[in-house]
Write a protein that binds this ligand. Sequence first.
Ligand SMILES: Nc1nc2c(ncn2[C@@H]2O[C@H](COP(=O)(O)OP(=O)(O)OP(=O)(O)O)[C@@H](O)[C@H]2O)c(=O)[nH]1
Ligand SMILES: [Mg+2]
Length: 307
Amino acid sequence: MRSGDVRAIARAISLIEDESPHAAALVRDIFPDTGRSYLIGVTGPPGAGKSTLVDRLTAETRKGGETVGVVAVDPTSPFTGGAILGDRLRMQAHAEDPHVFIRSMATRGHLGGLARATSEAALVLDAAGKSLVIIETVGVGQDEVDIVRTADISVVVLVPGTGDDVQALKAGIMEIADVYVVNKADREGADRMVTSIESNLSLQSFGDGEWRPPIVKTEATTGRGLPELWQAIRAFRAHSASTRVRRLKARNQFRLRDLLVQRYLEHVERTLLAPGEFEALVDRIAAREIDPYSAAEEILTRSLRQP
Ligand SMILES: Nc1nc2c(ncn2[C@@H]2O[C@H](COP(=O)(O)OP(=O)(O)OP(=O)(O)O)[C@@H](O)[C@H]2O)c(=O)[nH]1
Ligand SMILES: [Mg+2]
């Protein structure tokens, strides 16, 4: 895997995705070899053209000799109906390129499971020597936003002429944008979209030397605007070389917190609760016999009594 073997990378990511007990050992093993890739988070509303864009961006970066790993989070929502096949089709341009590894991951229902699996898959690609790791997520849930927030750069993809944009603008993904992309620039309303992002930006104050997110118009289907997007990403990278440490810290903080929550919940279920007690508590909450705060407090007290 460390030498970039495609099959080995795929197997490693499968261990993580299946939440195999070997996954923890794998992460432990490879962790010292990570921290070298530049992590690019790409997010935006469903169907914005993220996968098409990532595919084009991959091609653009390959020209300069970057090696690329892509993790696309498959929304498997009833609306998009599973993008795994779609992503494969859209990204198969690189199927013959041994320096590009693309993987779609299915959303799991678990608390934080998606964010964890994605961030661990990124670790695998990092350890496998990819100079760039691109993570595509639909910017709809907190999990998705967290994934992108802790990347080295967050690229927010919007499209003209849909109510989605307004939603996205409100949903907080504006706050995480380091670079804006207005994709589907071939469509009517692209300039209006740029103007509305501009006016949103002008409401914020940027200090001296502070990065002001640029807006790049792209047409992912043809590749128009992709050199400009890659240029914007590189400009941010150069600008933020000194602040990258902060992002890394945020990422590790997120990782540790997330694991602690997961492990602690497992511990609670295993050692503090009688079989079926959790469900019984849930029923009592539903029956209004106990409130959730008191229920949590009660369990917490038990855990504090334990040595
Ligand atoms: N007209 C036009 N269509 C585009 C452009 N970019 C992407 N599309 C089309 O938009 C559709 C969705 O593209 P995807 O790349 O799958 O979008 P996505 O954001 O990855 O979608 P999800 O992952 O399902 O949220 C596809 O039919 C693309 O061909 C563009 O610049 N112009
Ligand atoms: Mg996609």
